[in-house]
Design a protein around this ligand. Structure first.
Ligand code: KDG
Length: 347
């Protein structure tokens, strides 16, 4: 019996090695140029959210653009709902060259470059327009460029959006109401810190495990933007949404550097342009959905709590120590430049 198990395990490993060896040519990424034919490439782009989410709509725009502009030399295959793994696993696959594209929130990218923690600071961006200006400006670009040292090509910031709290226990309108609530957070030190500061018990976990964790009562709640709460049907396992808007969450649309370096220059440019075309449309769709679906949550039966300016202020006050705590770890220069830029753009 033991030997049988060993044999099966050995066969599985062999099968995986064989699949691994044959998948690239079959996927077309080795390309063909025989007989004057041009090289062809396959991009597998994976995300954690489902195919109803504006993030997936962004991927569809990208696919349409790249396949059209490359005249079929690039095929883009789309995978949603963590079919290819969670954010961290997919970034690792990009680094190894075994997957071509993904689009994580900035929060898990901090395991690769701590400067991205700057975007996780609570109550940082006052409006989406200020966020756009900083992300699409010099600072945002420097951070994207830095990913090249880690085997990733950061192409553009897309929008996840302002994150809000949901839970199954209590109608939260003050930080005190959060006392003892078990809240799933993204895998990110800044998020863990400010949820502790609000009095909650944060539990980091990948997005793909979240719904079941709420269903089984492993956590009482979570935090995500409105389109995610609505489109992932969190109302089935959560009763209350509090519009805390405690952090603005960007996505980074990125490519494996190993794969990018294999593309001819004209296709690299098409990929770069497509990422920006898709960014612009994705942000528009995300903002429309955010507006429409906030009321949709009420229609689905959730209690939606809008905070008064005083209540909002109480959440900000509770988390005000986070910036100082993380300034050096993130890099004081990065934090100060971002804060100065926000100040300039807000006046
Ligand atoms: O596709 C993106 C998701 O994997 C993830 O980043 C969504 O905001 C998210 C979360 O809470 O994990």
């Amino acid at each position: 019996m033991k030997n049988m198990k060993k044999l099966v395990a050995l066969m599985l490993v062999l099968a995986m090695i064989l699949v691994g060896c044959s998948s690239e040519p079959a996927g077309g990424n080795e390309g063909t140029e025989a007989g004057g034919e041009q090289e062809t490439f396959v991009i597998r782009a994976g995300i954690g959210l489902n195919d109803q989410h504006p993030q997936f709509k962004g991927l569809e725009v990208f696919k349409e653009y790249v396949e059209r502009e490359s005249d079929g030399r690039i095929e883009v295959q789309l995978f949603h709902s963590s079919q290819l793994g969670d954010d961290i696993q997919m970034m690792e696959a990009l680094q190894l060259g075994s997957q071509e594209m993904t689009c994580p929130s900035t929060a898990p990218i901090t395991s690769i470059d701590k400067r991205f923690m700057a975007f996780d600071l609570p109550f940082l961006f006052p409006t989406p327009e200020v966020a756009d200006a900083i992300l699409d400006g010099a600072i945002g670009q420097e951070l994207l460029d830095g990913l090249q040292d880690h085997g990733l090509v950061g192409l553009a910031y897309w929008e996840n959006g302002y994150r809000h709290l949901t839970n199954s226990k209590v109608a939260v309108s003050t930080p005190e109401d959060m006392s003892g609530l078990k809240i799933r957070t993204m895998e990110n030190q800044v998020h863990l810190d400010f949820f502790r500061a609000m009095g909650a018990q944060p539990t980091p976990m990948p997005f793909g495990e979240l719904f079941t964790a709420m269903q089984q009562g492993v956590v009482d709640g979570q935090e995500n933007p409105v389109p995610t709460i609505y489109l992932q049907n969190f109302d089935e396992v959560q009763d209350y949404t509090t519009l805390t808007g405690h952090v603005y969450s960007p996505f980074v649309f990125m490519m494996s550097k190993i794969f990018y370096d294999r593309l001819p220059a004209d296709l690299q440019q098409i990929v770069r342009d497509g990422a920006l075309v898709a960014r612009d449309e994705q942000r528009v769709i995300n903002r429309e959905y955010t507006e429409e679906l906030t009321d949709g949550l009420r229609q689905k039966g959730m209690t939606v709590i809008e905070l008064t300016p005083e209540q909002q202020q109480a959440f900000q006050a509770a988390t005000s120590s986070t910036v100082e705590k993380f300034r050096d770890e993130i890099g004081a220069e990065t934090v100060d430049r971002i804060l100065a830029e926000i100040e300039r753009l807000s006046n």
